[in-house]
Design a protein around this ligand. Structure first.
Ligand SMILES: O=C(O)C(=O)C[C@]1(C(=O)O)C=C[C@@H](O)C=C1
Length: 361
């Protein structure tokens, strides 16, 4: 995908509001519910969201009110100045949403995983000037996310963006969907002009933590937030635990710190440059040490080859890892970082020794 295709021009629908805010209930339930939420949203909200068709994990749950909800949303637009956003998952949803003149159509995480489904949507959306947002796939696969974007670009959709809603895990964590921040950061690095929203409601699954994840997203230079908002969250027909009230939303938005991209004072520039020179020096040394470590790993590889010893030395690896974990924690490093670092080092060692041991004469 051409890096320049993505553009931030369509963010103008947010009328200069930073960060851009999309808010509204997880699901449209009744016309009165939609109107009452829409009318009590804080002024920072420029786009009103509501799910009309709801993909549920198991059958029998509330699957959305269907196309009638689009009519209720249109009433919201006539009575407020809000633009409208909803999720589409089939070509039929797209036709109905385009006919209802919905301003922002998003593709959900469970749809993004399926290239056939994304292609069907791209074909149905072909050439539209509506805004189309692609949520990350439920599994942490950047290639699949980019592949979905490419299908939309090929269909001539210019007003494109993404929503980061976190990734599924089998283990229970403090998140409903773990953020894996590095994946959207990698996406941003490849496509710097692609507008990116964070969906802290689906990442946390818990309204108490929506503020904290929203702030993290802003600190990573996200363009906007999509926050599920309901006038009576505990009684919501879907995702009750993660929705905030309109007052809760106002409180969050009023307390978010907006950071600058940089600072041009002499004080900041001289300090940051000194720190960065120091880091460059340390990084240089780290690389030299890693390179030296791998030379020794190679020597061990030749020794193992000579004596026909297997590459993986489980006992040694476990002892070394445990020792580094203890020392690393003592030095103020996190267990996650030590695990990632030593797993990467060990993987590289194994890879190199495998090459050496199996090299044909
Ligand atoms: O100690 C060894 O046998 C090594 O080859 C070194 C090393 C390492 O990188 O530290 C690599 C592979 C083994 O599984 C254990 C440790």
């Amino acid at each position: 995908m051409n890096k320049e295709i993505a553009n931030k021009k369509w963010l103008s629908i947010f009328e200069g509001q930073v960060p851009a805010i999309i808010a509204g209930p997880c699901s449209a339930e009744t016309p009165e519910q939609l109107m009452s939420i829409a009318k009590s949203l804080p002024e920072q909200v420029k786009v009103f969201r509501a799910g009309i068709w709801k993909p549920r994990t198991r059958p029998g749950g509330f699957e959305g009110v269907g196309a009638i909800g689009l009519e209720w949303m249109k009433d919201v637009r006539s009575e407020t100045s809000l633009k409208l956003a909803t999720e589409v998952a089939t070509a039929e949803h797209v036709d109905l949403a385009l006919n209802a003149d919905i301003d922002v159509l998003w593709i959900g995480a469970r749809t993004t995983v399926n290239p056939f489904a994304v292609q069907e949507l791209a074909d149905a959306l072909k050439g539209t000037d509506k805004i189309v947002l692609l949520k990350n796939p439920v599994n942490p696969d950047l290639g699949l996310w980019i592949g979905g974007l490419e299908r939309l670009v090929q269909a001539g959709i210019n007003n494109l963006g993404v929503i980061h809603r976190g990734f599924s895990t089998y283990e229970k964590t403090k998140y409903r969907n773990i953020p894996e921040w590095q994946i959207p950061i990698d996406l941003k690095t490849q496509f710097p002009n692609l507008p990116i929203f964070c969906d802290p409601s689906h990442i946390t699954g818990n309204r108490e933590r929506v503020m904290e994840v929203s702030q993290q997203a802003l600190d990573l230079n996200y363009d906007g937030l999509m926050i599920e908002t309901h006038n009576n969250p505990d009684k919501a027909w879907s995702d009750a635990a993660q929705q905030v009230t309109p007052i809760g939303l106002k409180n969050i938005l009023d307390n978010l710190a907006i950071r600058n991209c940089s600072d041009d004072t002499e004080y900041y520039l001289s300090k940051i440059n000194a720190f960065r020179t120091h880091l460059d020096d340390i990084d240089q040394k780290l690389l030299e040490l890693m390179s030296r470590r791998m030379e020794i790993v190679d020597e061990i590889g030749y020794l193992k080859r000579e004596k026909n010893v297997m590459v993986l030395q489980q006992e040694r690896w476990k002892n070394m890892f445990d020792k580094m974990m203890q020392e690393g924690i003592f030095k103020g490093l996190t267990p996650e970082f030590i695990t990632a670092l030593y797993t990467a080092i060990h993987q590289e060692s194994i890879y190199r020794q495998n090459e050496i041991i199996n090299k044909k004469e």
